[in-house]
Design a binder for this molecule. Structure first.
Ligand code: C2E
Ligand code: MG
Ligand code: MG
Length: 686
């Protein structure tokens, strides 16, 4: 049969060959045994053999065994199915691995049975690689974390990737054919459309931020990069839009901004931001009031109850102030224990005063912390603007001066700024810097004021009172520099010096052969709470060699009552050293009798303010009588301070006060004159 076919073919050989050679790709004719009957020039070129070396050979002669088996398998399939077969085969060629697509069709004899087959093969390597690249591009497009949109020349969506679907909440089906400008948040609607038209088309690129209105109704900030694709004729063909979701970055930026402008503990604007707002108000010509509130005893609350308690107090103060202010008022935290308030309107100082009083009252409300009630007052400084200053820095400085002036008047006070305060403030600052140097320059000295037995007027002791001989200002009274020293912490080295000097002096009097008497030393609040008071006293005694029973420590009532539990322990430790303890300025604080009983005290000192008007003010007289009564009940000695007249002395005598101190018998005097005074009233045991 194969001979039939070959014969038939030979008869038309020339036409057949011409036809075969006209085919640009390899073509061939094989019999059922896979033997080549005819082929074309392209086949010979590809396989690298001349025609007569191909014709008559089988597939197995011409190809490596693996390839040949694969080709044969396809041939057999044609006969089995009796139908054309298409498949793809890889060939290793001189030009590298190439993929061919094959088409084989059965060739039938006159009896209708297959006698062989005709085949053509064409190189599809390029198409295959293009498809592979396309798949890769699609994968990148789909998996990109940046949103990608491809628009047509009319800026309508053709394609978008998953990232964009995710950010926008819309699927491609909903977006296709739409202008993405429809997705911009309403307030930015114009942006994408207009900028696309203008900038993108003239510069072929636009970058910037837009707000996307998502399907869920949220506005998301997007960074957009739009590029134009043009065809060969330079006509606009597509827009490619890349979007990066900025939501998280914006949130991080907001956090950073908040760190820079907010006080983290109270969440209020910090000093910097408060000043900025004040500057804005001034720039807009607004009239208003600036208030600075400074807590009176945050430090002591921190020391006594721990920093947690201090933090609670600060947050509560912020909340209380905010609660009483109007929405348009600004509240900020200006420093560790300072708050600032800005309100509009300042024409009526009466009204401003009423607001300030209300705010101070709110701050002074007791606050429950760890089961106890903590009370913290504040002082306020007030500036009206633009009258008191036309820029933020000046106003803050002036309000600060007013606040300090209020502080000088005591706790829970407020003051309107006046230019006099700036001078006072400058003086204060100067005094503070002079105070720093005073100890080194030896400008401090002690005066001593005798304390007398009321009955016999004999000296029972002397109170040492600090004096500062300022090189230009002369003698500065302690009332002026001790609060300053307490605020700046300078009281600690100064107090240490006083204690050492008083002990040294008293021992010197004893060494000079004078009869012994007690020296009383005032201990300030920071010095008492510093943690080293016991050690300080022990050291002063050791260095001077003074017997502890000739040293008395005066601690003011307010200090003792602030944290009674801790004070009980401290006083106990001091008592063990053998020194005497007295409560100074009694009657000015809020003593709890229950505690008084537990303190290991020796003496109560009735404050001068009750003694002064004793003879005319029934109230003061009653207080003095009551204090004497308490002292007797507790079996403590009682002394009245500031006794200036015989009348006062007699009243105290009638009510069985033990001792007196005051100008009536003796004024504070330098150490040198004390022996003479004492000689006039020979000392007796206290
Ligand atoms: P203080 O402890 O109550 O001292 C008594 C004050 O009353 C002294 O004022 C004294 O000069 C004054 N004084 C005494 N008798 C009379 C009188 O009859 N009439 C009047 N009008 N005043 C009288 P000074 O020396 O100005 O001291 C004031 C305060 O300064 C003291 O009050 C005390 O709290 C504090 N202080 C004085 N020296 C020291 C010190 O070394 N350390 C500490 N921490 N505070 C001190
Ligand atoms: Mg005193
Ligand atoms: Mg006193």
């Amino acid at each position: 049969m194969a001979q039939d076919m070959a014969a038939a073919f030979q008869s038309k050989e020339r036409e057949g060959r011409a036809l075969l050679d006209a085919i640009p790709d390899p073509a061939w004719l094989v019999d059922t045994d896979a033997r080549v009957l005819a082929t074309n020039a392209a086949f010979c070129r590809n396989i690298g053999l001349p025609m007569d070396a191909v014709v008559g050979k089988t597939t197995f002669d011409l190809f490596p065994p693996g390839t040949a088996a694969q080709l044969r398998e396809a041939q057999l399939r044609v006969y089995r199915d009796n139908a054309p077969v298409r498949d793809e085969v890889w060939f290793d060629t001189n030009a590298g691995r190439r993929l061919y697509e094959f088409l084989r069709v059965p060739v039938y004899g006159t009896d209708g049975k297959a006698r062989g087959l005709a085949g053509v093969a064409w190189d599809i390597t390029l198409r295959f690689e293009a498809e592979r690249r396309q798949r890769l591009v699609t994968q990148v497009f789909d998996n990109s974390t940046e949103g990608l949109l491809i628009l047509d020349a009319q800026a309508r969506v053709i394609l978008c990737n998953r990232a964009f679907e995710h950010t926008s909440g819309y699927g491609l089906a909903e977006l296709a054919g739409h202008d993405p400008g429809e997705l911009a948040a309403p307030q930015h609607l114009e942006s994408l459309l207009e900028r696309l038209r203008d900038e993108v088309t003239t510069q072929d690129n636009w970058r910037g931020e837009i707000w996307l209105h998502t399907r869920a109704g949220r506005d998301r900030p997007l960074w957009c990069n739009i590029n134009v694709v043009r065809d060969e004729q330079n006509h606009l063909q597509n827009f490619i839009v890349q979007t990066t979701d900025l939501t998280e970055r914006k949130a991080a930026e907001a956090r950073i901004k908040s760190l820079a402008t907010r006080d983290q503990m109270t969440g209020l604007p910090n000093r910097h931001d408060f000043g900025r707002v004040l500057g804005e108000w001034l720039g807009n010509g607004r009239r208003g009031t600036l208030l600075i509130f400074d807590l009176d005893n945050l430090g002591r609350i921190n020391d006594g109850f721990g920093h947690e308690a201090g933090d609670t107090l600060l947050r509560a103060t912020g909340t209380r102030l905010r609660h009483l202010l109007r929405d348009e008022d600004v509240l900020g935290r200006l420093g560790s224990d300072q708050f600032g308030v800005l309100t509009t309107g300042n024409s009526d100082t009466g009204a401003v005063e009423a607001i300030v009083r209300k705010l101070l009252d709110a701050i002074a409300q007791p606050l429950p912390i760890d089961g106890s009630e903590v009370v913290s007052t504040a002082c306020a400084g007030i500036c009206l603007f633009p009258g008191d200053g036309t820029d933020a820095a000046t106003l803050l400085r002036n309000a600060d001066a007013a606040m300090h002036s209020a502080k000088a008047a005591g706790p829970n006070q407020f003051r309107f700024f006046s230019h006099k305060m700036n001078r006072e403030m400058a003086e204060r600052l100067r005094l503070e810097s002079d105070l720093r140097a005073a100890l080194d320059r030896g400008e401090f000295l002690l005066h001593y004021q005798p304390q007398h037995d009321l009955e016999s007027h004999r000296v029972v002791g002397v109170e040492c009172l600090l004096r500062w001989r300022h090189p230009e200002l002369g003698v500065v009274p302690p009332g002026q520099f001790i609060p300053l020293a307490e605020e700046s912490g300078l009281i600690l080295p100064i107090g240490r010096w006083v204690l050492a000097e008083a002990c040294r002096q008293n021992r010197a009097w004893q060494d000079a052969g004078l009869p012994p008497w007690v020296v009383a030393v005032n201990i300030s609040a920071p010095q008492f709470h510093d943690g080293s008071i016991v050690e300080q006293v022990r050291e002063a005694l050791a260095v001077s060699g003074l017997d502890p029973r000739w040293l008395e420590l005066e601690i003011t009532e307010s200090v003792i009552m602030e944290e009674p539990e801790r004070v009980v322990t401290l006083l106990g430790q001091l008592k063990v050293l053998g020194v005497r303890l007295s409560i100074d300025d009694f009657g000015t604080g809020y003593s709890s009798l229950a505690y008084l009983k537990r303190f290991p005290l020796d003496k109560i000192k009735i404050d001068r303010s009750f003694v002064t008007d004793l003879e005319t003010n029934a109230n003061d007289a009653a207080i003095v009588r009551m204090v004497i009564g308490i002292a007797k009940d507790l079996e403590l000695k009682v002394i009245a301070e500031g006794v200036e007249t015989a009348g006062q002395r007699d009243f105290l005598h009638r009510h069985r006060c033990d001792q007196i101190q005051g100008f009536y018998l003796s004024r504070p005097a330098p150490a040198e004159s004390i022996p003479d005074t004492v000689a006039a009233f020979p000392p007796t045991q206290p």
